[in-house]
Design a protein around this ligand. Structure first.
Ligand SMILES: [Zn+2]
Length: 355
């Protein structure tokens, strides 16, 4: 009996020594961002960001839902559709508090066909489309992979690539991965990816068929063992939404060039077609960035820095409808929104500029 007490005492002392010597840090699953940690900080940030977000029309697409609930963690506890919806609803709340007008593809667990998502976004006059998802690895047994990635449509060498999508992706990626303390993955240096990496030449249909600037966010891997501890925590979902919210606010704060056609500039004489645009931006235009396309080919132009006017002459233009496209970058590094118009020439002398 005495011996047993003695051994127990020794064990207790050893345990005490072990606990006091142990320097293993306790790693939190997540932390509260300083500008989110309490209501007054949150309200202060939202007030500041409302300068850039107020009146913006933003479409949020919470991926999957309803009959489409098959994407799950190995334990079955984390269901992608539900996590997407929680992040989307919190993002809606923050954006509305900042004065944005928000459209949603769904606000509950219901089936929404893919086509309804982009058609809804195309019809309602939204400026930006944001699709919220969580990722899964190529191999089912991989529960290690976990990173934050954002997809834009096409690659920078393709005509259908719109660089403004890439800008939006970069801004959201930076702030979302920051608040989650997640990296951006090994397939990209900044966590942004072309959807052609997944479906070469086609990309994701929600990005391809949305007419407005669009990105698809893969916040994290719902299959990751680590994410299994936090993706069902609603407080963490609020922080995820906060990261996207901050990225969007900073994107709009950096502005973008506006392209304005000058109607009086449109002329045709002996097959030589002339037209001009004004580029407007508060931070100024990066004059080396301007690209002008006529009939899907990049063409020469002159740029007057003082008036910010781009002018061009295209020779030997016969009757027909010609797509015109302009891309410009402002001095904060943001590109113009997609600018696609048409010039129609008929009877050699009649010209029309159409949206
Ligand atoms: Zn998904």
């Amino acid at each position: 009996m005495r011996k047993a007490i003695f051994i127990n005492l020794i064990s207790f002392v050893l345990l005490l020594i072990l606990v006091s010597c142990s320097s293993a840090p306790v790693i939190p699953l997540y932390e509260y961002p300083p500008d989110w940690k309490n209501l007054s900080e949150r309200e202060k940030t939202i007030r500041e960001y409302s300068k850039y977000l107020s009146g913006r029309k933003i479409f949020i697409d919470a991926g999957h839902g309803g009959e489409d609930r098959k994407n799950k963690s190995a334990s079955g506890e984390i269901i992608e559709a539900d996590v997407n919806l929680r992040v989307a609803m919190n993002l809606k709340k923050y954006l509305m508090e900042a004065g944005s007008i928000v459209y949603m593809s769904r606000e509950e667990d219901k089936t929404v066909p893919l086509a309804d998502r982009f058609e809804h976004a195309n019809k309602n006059g939204a400026e930006i489309f944001i699709s919220i998802h969580h990722n899964a690895p190529a191999k089912n047994e991989d529960d290690y992979s976990d990173y934050t990635s954002i997809y834009y449509h096409a690659k920078d060498t393709n005509y259908e690539y719109e660089p403004c999508n890439h800008d939006i992706a970069r801004y959201i990626e930076r702030d979302l991965s920051y608040v989650m303390h997640n990296p951006g993955g090994l397939g990209s240096f900044d966590g942004t990816y072309s959807d052609y990496n997944i479906y070469p030449g086609e990309g994701f249909s929600v990005l391809r068929k949305t007419n407005i600037p669009a990105v698809l966010i893969e916040c994290a891997f719902h299959t990751s063992r680590f994410e299994g501890f936090r993706l069902n925590d609603e407080q963490f979902n609020r922080i995820q939404a906060w990261g996207i919210f901050r990225g969007l606010a900073k994107y709009f704060r950096a502005g973008r060039p506006e392209i304005v056609f000058i109607p009086d500039s449109l002329q045709i004489q002996n097959g030589a077609l002339r037209f001009s645009f004004t580029l407007k931006d508060q931070s100024g235009i990066n004059s080396k960035s301007i690209q002008l396309f006529f009939n899907k080919k990049e063409i020469e132009f002159s740029y007057d820095k003082f008036s910010s006017i781009v002018s061009t002459v295209v020779d030997s233009v016969s009757d027909g409808a010609y797509p015109v496209r302009v891309i410009a970058l402002n001095k904060n590094g943001n590109h113009s929104f997609p600018y696609h118009k048409k010039i129609i020439v008929s009877d050699s002398t009649k010209i029309e500029f159409v949206d």
